[in-house]
Structure formats: C-alpha cells, structure tokens
Ligand binder design. Structure first.
Ligand code: DOR
Ligand code: ZN
Length: 346
C-alpha cells in the first residue's frame, strides 16, 4: 500500500504552550488533526473553567486562516479542585477531561496532586458527571527508580483508584511499559491509554548509548526493547482501548541541550506520518485508522470526524530545527532524518 486515506485523526494528548510558542507550533497540528486534547500544564496551570475558556480563545485565535481545528480543553487537578469546579467544567461543553499530574512528576507539575486521597470529592464528582480523568502515571517518591515509576503507579495508585471509583473513566496517558499495556488490555472499557510515537520507535538505548540524546528525553522516560515491542503490539492490535496521543511537548533547544535538560519531544510537525511509518513497518497499516481516528472519539463520546486525509509513501526529510521566538529553535523528533511517509496536500 503506497497511499492511504484516513478519517481525519485527532491528537488525544498534546502540549501547545502559550504565546509565541503556541503560534509557532499550532499550525503543524492543525494541518494534520481535526481536534486535540490540550494539556493544562501552563505556568500558572489551567485550574479553573475561566482559565480554560480564555486559553481556548487564545488557541482559536492562533489557528491559521480557514482552519476549523477544535481544541478540546482540560483542567489541571490540584489538591484543592472542588466538586463545583468539576461540575462547571462538565457543563462548559469545552472541557473534556481533568489531568492528574502527581506533584513533581514532570514539566510544570509543581502544583500537581500531592496525594490522590485529597481529591476524593473531585473524583466522585467526575464520576458523577462522567468527565474522564487523564493520568500522568508515575509515582514520584524519591526512593522509586525512575524506570519503575509507571509500574509502581499501577499498583499503588491506578488499580486502587479504579476500584474506589467503579464508574470513573480514565485515560492512562503515554504508557511506556508492557506492564501498562497489559493492565489496560485486561481492564474495563472505561480504561484506555494513549501511546506516543517516541515510545513506539525507541527503547532507552536510543537515549543513552553512544552519547546522551537530550531531544529523545521525555517523561515517562523510554523503557526496554521488550516494552517497546509490547506497546507496538497494543497500538496495532485493533483494541479500541489504545489510541493516538503524541505528547508533543515543545521546549526550546537551549532548554533541552542543557546541564539539566527539560523532558519532552516535539513531534507534531510530522506526527501522523511517524505513526504511518510505525504501522507500515509493523505490517499493520490497515489498523492505523482505528488507532488514529476512531478509538479516541469513541472513548471520549465525541463524533468521529467526517473529513479525511491522505498519506502517501513519499520520502520527506524532517527539518533539523524549526524557528521559535527570540532566535531560539525547536528540534523535532528524528531531526534531519528521512521519513518515508508524507501528508498529501488537500
Ligand atoms: O516529556 C514530557 N513533557 N512529559 C510530560 O509529562 C510533560 C511534557 C511537557 O509538558 O513538556
Ligand atoms: Zn504530556
């Protein structure tokens, strides 16, 4: 198959930032995706319906002319999020999930949740109004090895949470291990997971062997080859519990190439093409549409898109970098490398 037409995909996990960075990165997403779940980890975080509404307006204003891209907003859960805020979020019509960042787990998570038991009232409200919880699934205790933090989160937090709230819908974001893939596959249909291109393409050797590659550093960090294989199997299995979420997370080159580099891979400028390559290489291109375009809206109870895109097997070189504000640049995932799939212009 050298050409494939898909129901237009959506990105179910995306960081757009704000201001000049938002304006720089948004057109790459709108060229490919009809909608995206927009992460709320701005500084300060998006913790209120008003802030989410204002952020949504800034995203709408930054769309290229003629774009009908729809940002699906999220709220940032804190120890103090009230049930009233949850009910107002559900009633807003534009907020589609609430994001749990365990405090200290990742970029801009300092205002995150210190102990999920403090959020019981908010979680009960989410269950009652059927607003999904989106989780960054890592524990943060200093004593837990960074490669074990996702597995530990399943045992200590996610499993008990699903038991305590039997109707809560949960998206286990950017899963990185075979353990997580098996947990989701064996779980109820109210539990789903997103999978990023970097976790399908690479194992931790890519990050650490032959030199440290800061542009491949994200959180949760890349894991073992057997984990990558399990994620690939899950993504291409046709199981509706797995869907596309790039976790594209722009950071300026200067903050990535640093003594203490930021976590995040920028992939939105070639995201659907990367997934096409992954599915084609696995011999499962026929399953790309389900993963990229059907499973996400079905889980979020939104209509599938009626627009379509076409991908062709035609080489493109991923740019070395993209321009950002103030002379800084943004280095994408697989910078400078050849990619054998391209998006056909509409
Ligand atoms: O690598 C990551 N970058 N993981 C996250 O969870 C956050 C994200 C960011 O916002 O940069
Ligand atoms: Zn993210």
């Amino acid at each position: 198959m050298d050409r494939i037409s898909l129901c237009q995909p959506d990105d179910w996990h995306l960081h757009l930032r704000d201001g000049a960075t938002l304006r720089a990165v948004l057109p790459y997403t709108t060229a490919r995706f009809a909608r995206a779940i927009v992460m709320p980890n701005l500084v300060p975080p998006v913790t209120t319906v008003e802030a989410a509404g204002a952020y949504r307006q800034r995203i709408l204003a930054a769309r290229p002319a003629g774009s009908r891209f729809e940002p699906l907003m999220t709220l940032y859960l804190t120890d103090n999020t009230s049930p009233g805020t949850i009910r107002a979020a559900a009633a807003s019509g534009f907020i589609h999930g609430v994001k749990l960042y365990p405090a200290g787990a990742t970029t801009h998570s300092d205002s995150g949740v210190t102990d999920l038991h403090r959020c019981e009232a908010a979680l009960a409200a989410m269950e009652a109004v059927d607003l999904p919880l989106l989780v960054h699934g890592e524990v943060t205790h200093a004593g837990v090895d960074i490669f074990d933090r996702e597995a530990c989160f399943i045992d200590e937090v996610l499993g008990p949470l699903l038991d305590r709230h039997p109707r809560l819908r949960v998206v286990f974001e950017h899963i990185t291990t075979g353990r997580a893939a098996r947990f989701v596959a064996a779980g109820p249909s109210r539990l789903a997971a997103t999978i990023t291109p970097q976790h399908l393409l690479f194992n931790r050797n890519r990050l650490l062997v032959g030199g440290l590659r800061p542009h491949d550093y994200c959180l949760p960090v890349l894991k073992r080859e057997r984990d990558r294989q399990a994620l690939l199997e899950a993504a291409t299995s046709g199981n509706p519990s797995f869907f596309l979420g790039t976790d594209s997370a722009p950071h300026a080159r200067s903050s990535k190439e640093s003594a203490c580099g930021c976590a995040g891979c920028f992939s939105s400028a070639s995201a659907i093409e990367l997934y096409a390559r992954i599915f084609a290489d696995a011999g499962r291109l026929d399953r790309l549409e389900g993963f990229a375009s059907h499973h996400g809206p079905d889980f979020y109870r939104l209509p599938r898109n009626t627009s379509r895109i076409t991908l062709v097997r035609q080489a493109q070189r991923i740019p070395d970098a993209f321009a950002l504000d103030a002379g800084d640049t943004l280095v994408p995932l697989l910078a400078g490398e050849l990619l054998d799939w391209s998006l056909e212009s509409p």
